[in-house]
Design a protein around this ligand. Structure first.
Ligand SMILES: [Ca+2]
Length: 442
């Protein structure tokens, strides 16, 4: 046996287990006696009978071992470990309790009829959404029906309006026809009495001449082929007046009722001015609504419009019928079918149609625009709708312009209605309106 090893073992064991710390005092005393002579002593333990094996025991001397200072901390470490163990156990315990409580709650939740579980809640929510969806589609369908109904009513209302307007127009037209026949019969009586008078004056010439020439076509028929100013008498009951005759365009014989060429005449005028006419017959002018009425009443007329822009583009529009009613009927416009190259701007579409419209000036509003006066807004006298797709009496601009579309306007002209990308608006260099009998043989 290695003695050194034995020493070590013997000293450590009591330090950890404290088991061998208490020894019987008698024994200790006996050991002390041996210390001086021999540190280790081997002897039998107790009495042994003869023939038996006797166990031996060894007594060791007391031993002191020096341990480093840090060794004392082991006790503290043990204490700390013990504390940690307790803490961990406590935590483990509380965690288990917590889990149990949570399970209990869940269990209670499932069983409590007042607290429906999540699945049921989701199902109910789904049902509610479906109900709402159904409700929404029902309302949508109702709305659609209502819209259809409104549209149909709107259509009926429009047709009623048209019917009413047509009735009124027919009534007015029949009255005008009656009046015209009365006037014509009176005219017949007058001319039969006046014929003798004119016969007496036939040699003096001038008056008879004027009675014969109702318009420029009459002059043209008598061989007058020069452009210029002539005197006409479209209605013998009314006075003779001067007109400018275009004897060149499209076969000649045209009575000019409006001309624009340099902006020398202001067309932003009153009702009275448009009634009587204004401007210079050799340059720019408006012949006058009363005169236009008489000219278009005496014969069935066609209207020709010639336009030219500042790029030198020349286009025209022809209407195979043209009549302007009297002042009592607010110089209402009647136009026939369109042909030509400039486009049908007088009858552009359902919403912009100058046919059958009354004449409006800045001081007399007969237009179809309820919120104001188109004539005032566009500085012109014209047969405004609400408001315009054509306006040949607008302001004369010498070049492209910006702002209100109040220049000479023809909506079907290339690029006219949209204007240019930089905001400039198209303007016209020349505009001319002239009339000629529809049936040239007469
Ligand atoms: Ca108006």
């Amino acid at each position: 046996m290695n003695l050194a090893y034995f020493y070590l073992l013997s000293s450590i064991v009591p330090a950890f287990h404290n088991a061998g710390a208490v020894e019987d005092k008698a024994k200790a005393t006996k050991e002390e006696k041996f210390d001086a002579t021999c540190p280790v002593r081997l002897e039998t333990s107790g009495h042994c009978k003869e023939g038996e094996e006797c166990p031996y025991q060894m007594n060791l001397p007391s031993l002191t071992i020096q341990l480093p200072k840090s060794f004392s901390m082991i006790e503290q470490v043990f204490k700390d470990v013990q504390n940690l163990k307790e803490t961990v156990n406590n935590l483990k315990k509380s965690c288990q309790e917590c889990k149990l409580q949570a399970d209990d709650n869940q269990e209670m939740g499932r069983n409590d009829p007042l607290q429906p579980n999540t699945d049921a809640a989701e199902k109910e929510s789904d049902n509610r959404i479906k109900e709402l969806e159904t409700e929404v589609s029902r309302l949508f369908s109702n709305l659609k029906d209502a819209k259809d109904e409104i549209n149909s009513l709107h259509g009926r209302l429009e047709s009623l309006n048209l019917v009413n307007m047509n009735n009124i127009e027919n009534y007015v037209d029949s009255k005008v026809a009656n009046l015209t026949s009365v006037v014509n019969s009176l005219d017949g009586r007058c001319s039969s009495r006046c014929s003798n008078l004119s016969g007496l004056q036939s040699n003096s010439g001038a008056i008879t001449q004027h009675l014969l020439y109702k318009d420029c076509w009459d002059y043209y028929g008598k061989g007058q082929k020069n452009n210029g100013i002539y005197k006409v008498t479209p209605d013998p009951k009314n006075k003779t007046f001067e007109v400018y005759c275009d004897m060149e365009t499209m076969g000649g014989g045209w009575t000019v009722m409006q001309n624009r060429l340099d902006g020398s005449t202001n067309f932003n005028r009153t009702w009275k001015d448009y009634k009587n006419g204004f401007g210079n017959l050799s340059r720019e002018f408006w012949l006058g609504n009363d005169k236009i009425h008489l000219l278009t009443k005496s014969k069935e007329m066609v209207l020709r419009i010639d336009l030219e822009d500042f790029n030198g583009v020349k286009l025209y529009a022809l209407y195979d019928q043209f009549y302007v009613a009297n002042e009592y009927l607010k110089y209402r416009l009647h136009i026939g079918n369109y042909s030509g190259t400039a486009g049908n701007a007088l009858r552009f579409n359902r919403h912009y149609n100058h046919d059958l419209k009354f004449f409006t000036t800045p001081d007399k509003d007969h237009d179809r625009y309820p919120s104001g006066n188109c004539g005032l807004y566009y500085s012109s006298g014209w047969w405004f709708d609400a408001c315009l797709s054509a306006n040949l009496n607008g302001k004369y601009y010498h070049q492209k312009y910006k702002g209100v579309f109040n220049g000479i306007y023809w909506g079907t002209w290339p690029g006219m209605s949209t204007g240019e990308p930089n905001g400039f608006k198209h303007s016209f260099k020349r505009a001319k309106m002239m009339i000629r009998p529809k049936f040239l043989a007469s």
